[in-house]
Design a protein around this ligand. Structure first.
Ligand code: PLP
Length: 291
């Protein structure tokens, strides 16, 4: 079964609550305006993966929104309580630990914060094996906007994911399962819930590339961890600007994220994408080694 733990100063280890019950006042700005931040982490084999990187990114996202959130120690305690409760009530092979912090009714109110643990969706696991068909969709802004407009909160993991979800629905209505956004000036950005990776093989050289963060994309913790592991394993690393033709010329393209891990891209706008089986096997092993 799923678990819910609120961060609450009166409960240092967090306050366990019934996930099926109603808890939030409808007047919260987090509810009305999507004004808040979140993280999703994978819990498997008794480990919450990359917890330090996720807590660090949560703090950066909250700061971008001027949202004051509890100290890391409170999050860690609530996460421990939530996963213990989850395991005690049946557990799952793979679960999603989600951290949410949202603005209260008034700006001066403390942020409303909680942790949930729920079984990981099976679709993501299937797509790790089957791969996905991807549409390139225009995100509607140029690749320099993030530098000019910090108030747009680009690169922060805010609760405002309605556009990301709409893009995924659009893809499904048009025969694909996933999306890679492009900027108005044709630069590759990210998927609605994942980072784009591409590999190039050049003789004995293996190169891993990802879009550059200056485009305003979310700094992916999975991409970061895969890059660290790949560097150790002798891969060359690089950061965009990348364009769609780079994907068609690559020896492998993947969408990577904390929950789905490494998902191969099969087609892009219905045209096949090459997948070097050996590179895929090596990247899969690197991804599996991430803790
Ligand atoms: N980009 C976006 C927009 C995301 O929502 C996510 C994760 O949900 C990612 C990238 C991948 O981030 P991570 O690897 O930290 O899960």
């Amino acid at each position: 079964m799923s678990s819910l733990v609120f961060l609450d100063p009166a409960y240092p280890a967090g306050r366990v609550a019934d996930i099926a019950a109603a808890h939030l006042p409808v007047t919260l700005q987090g509810v009305n305006r999507g004004d808040g931040v979140f993280e999703s982490m994978l819990y498997t084999q008794q480990t919450v993966r990359k917890i330090d990187a996720h807590l660090a990114r949560l703090a950066v996202s909250a700061q971008a929104c001027d949202l004051v959130i509890p100290e890391e120690i409170s999050w860690r305690s609530a996460i421990d309580t939530a996963v213990a409760d989850f395991d005690a009530t049946g557990g799952a092979e793979e679960a999603v630990v989600k951290l949410v912090a949202m603005r209260g009714e008034h700006d001066e109110d403390p942020a409303v914060c909680w942790v949930t643990v729920t079984p990981a969706p099976s679709l993501g696991r299937q797509q790790r094996d089957s791969g996905v068909d991807v549409l390139l969709l225009d995100r509607g802004y140029d690749s320099k906007l993030a530098e000019r407009a910090p108030w747009l909160l680009m690169g922060a993991k805010t609760l405002s994911y309605a556009v990301n979800m709409a893009a995924l629905r659009y893809a499904r209505k048009h025969g694909a399962q996933e999306v890679i956004f492009t900027s108005a000036d044709g630069v590759l950005l990210e998927a609605p819930t994942a980072t784009v990776l591409l590999a190039q093989r050049d003789g004995d050289t293996k190169r891993l590339l990802t879009p550059m963060l200056e485009t305003g994309i979310l700094p992916g913790t999975t991409q970061g961890a895969i890059f660290d592991a790949a560097k150790q394993a002798g891969w060359e690393l690089g950061y965009g600007p990348l364009r769609p033709e780079d994907l068609y010329q690559a020896d492998g393209v993947w969408l990577v994220s904390s929950i789905r891990l490494l998902t191969p891209v099969r087609t892009l706008d219905a045209k096949p994408i090459r997948m070097d089986a050996e590179l895929h096997a090596q990247l899969s092993a690197l991804t599996d080694s991430i803790r």
